[in-house]
Design a binder for this molecule. Structure first.
Ligand code: FAD
Length: 478
């Protein structure tokens, strides 16, 4: 039973502190202080009203049983809280760190008080799991069925863990040299330190999941071969084809896709062999795009010692400056000030890019921008007469992703580079035994959705190869 008066006693939403800016930008360690104050955690967990209809659970793609783990946290029973978390989420140590917490937007307390700090509670419980060590759940019985998972991001890993625990032989193929997908080489360590991924991978290996890195399906091993070798194939290749900006000067040196920059930095921090490193040291950096990728570019630029960092976004205005008739931003998360924004730099809203300006030597020296004008049909165009130049030695395009960049040749599905892979609501494709999960089918999304889809596709694959399945299925493919 929840504390029925907790939300009246503790009205303040208190978050565990982040490390001070000057300290944290000197390294790549996680922004949050390592330890959560137990008393603070209990106070915040006490604010959960244990609503009769827990909207928070509906807000979570995984259906996390939030009121129950809040109550265990309130009572200091972190072991039981962790059990509740793990019943619905394979990797709470990832979501507790980087999920934008749609559950908190659905928290009923949020109607007239700031919502319960569900994500911080999840993180504290998950940290306990990591610290105590993750006990492998070795299947009691092995089937004679095998599954190939292509891609080791959160969707592939969640599917692999579920199916391994169901007794099937699961092999995960990853084209990169290390496992984890965007968790590894996309998301910077200051949001998610990589030892967290390694601890989970150790557990998965001990449970029996097999991993093969440096193998690109469609190149090193054909899709036909994997279809012949395995009873089912899960395509979890992500949506890593970046959206581009086709304006004059795009060809100039110094204009890069965000992922070239972030992957290079993550590889450097990990001590992995470099891959065409793009760096920000001493440069005037302009980041185009206001989402997670953009804010990660800002954080890395600060840590690399950029001379200045400007974040330009075409259609976002802080809420207090927004005129009532303006329909944007569509996603209220975009208002959010991420920790990277607190670290410095300037944010420029409602600004369109017109041209990358040549310094005179084939490299970018400035970016020409103009105020964004919204036409009645919703089209956004630069306003004539408002052009101005922002100094830029390095421009990072973080404009979203259009679809998979995987080599799909040899897989007879209607998918081209940069598009999503068509699938039915049960994750199946037109090819028998081939399923699609995560960003590859959904489009660039969130880690929590990738894990939810990984769990759900595991249910469908288990049913396909075994005739029925008792694995949970938290969500349909959309
Ligand atoms: P991915 O994580 O993209 O993994 C796909 C994997 O498949 C990759 O490792 C790739 O190398 C591999 N692969 C592709 N083709 C092949 C092939 N042919 N053979 C073998 N392997 C292949 N979400 C959040 O919830 N919170 C955040 O803070 C957040 N920050 C983000 C920051 C950045 C910079 C980016 C780009 C995304 C962020 N996201 C965030 C989104 C989140 O990372 C993704 O939604 C999630 O990782 C998708 O998981 P996935 O398993 O579908 O694919």
């Amino acid at each position: 039973m929840a504390d029925s008066h907790g939300f009246l006693t503790y009205r303040e939403r208190e978050l565990p502190p982040n490390r001070p800016v000057p300290v944290r930008i000197a390294d790549y360690r996680e922004i949050r202080e390592r330890r959560t104050d137990g008393a603070l955690l209990k106070r915040q967990a006490s604010r959960c009203m244990d609503c009769g209809v827990p909207f928070c659970m509906a807000g979570c793609p995984l259906g996390n049983i939030i009121p129950e783990f809040n109550d265990y946290a309130r009572q200091g029973l972190s072991g039981l809280g962790a059990e509740r978390l793990l019943a619905t989420n394979n990797f709470p140590e990832f979501t507790g760190r980087i999920c934008p917490a749609p559950c908190e937007s659905s928290c009923v307390l949020g109607i007239n008080q700031p919502p319960v700090t569900i994500k911080a509670i999840e993180r504290a419980l998950a940290d306990d799991i990591v610290e105590r060590g993750m006990t492998p759940q070795i299947p009691g019985r092995l089937s004679d069925r095998s599954v190939c998972v292509v891609g080791s991001g959160p969707a592939g890993l969640a599917a692999a863990q579920q199916l391994t625990r169901a007794g099937h032989t699961v092999v995960v193929y990853e084209r990169d040299d290390r496992l984890g997908g965007l968790l590894r080489y996309g998301i910077p360590d200051f949001k998610l330190e990589k030892h967290i991924i390694d601890a989970r991978l150790d557990q998965m290996r001990a449970e029996g999941t097999r991993f093969r890195t440096g193998v690109e399906i469609g190149v090193d091993l054909s899709w036909t071969e994997v279809r012949e070798r395995f009873d089912a194939v899960i395509v979890a290749t992500g949506a890593l084809a970046p959206r581009d900006l086709d304006i004059p000067g795009r060809h100039l040196d110094g204009v890069h896709q965000a992922m070239e920059f972030l992957t290079g930095s993550n590889r450097e921090v990990a001590g992995a062999p470099p891959q065409g490193q793009v760096r920000a040291d001493g440069k005037h950096v302009v980041v185009l795009g206001g989402g997670d990728t953009g804010s990660d570019c800002i954080g890395v630029s600060h840590r690399q010692g950029a001379a200045s960092v400007t974040n330009v976004a075409i259609g976002i205005r802080p809420p207090d400056e927004r005129a009532p008739h303006e329909p944007w931003p569509i996603d209220p998360r975009l208002f959010e000030t991420q920790p990277s924004h607190e670290e410095g730099g300037e944010r420029v809203f409602l600004t369109s890019t017109v041209e990358f300006v040549d310094r005179g030597d084939g490299s970018v020296g400035a970016i020409r921008v103009a105020d964004t004008q919204i036409l009645p049909n919703g089209q956004r165009i630069p306003t004539p007469g408002t052009e101005r130049d922002l100094p830029a030695d390095l421009v990072l395009l973080s404009l979203g992703f259009t679809g998979t960049d995987a080599n799909m040749s040899g897989l007879d599905l209607p998918v081209g580079r940069g598009s999503l892979i068509a699938r039915s609501s049960d994750y199946s494709t037109d090819l028998p035994g081939v399923f699609v999960a995560g960003d590859a089918g959904r489009g660039a999304s969130l880690v929590v959705w990738a894990i939810a889809e990984g769990r759900a596709v595991a249910h469908e694959v288990d049913a396909y190869i075994s005739g029925s399945s008792s694995l949970p299925s938290p969500t349909l493919a959309t």
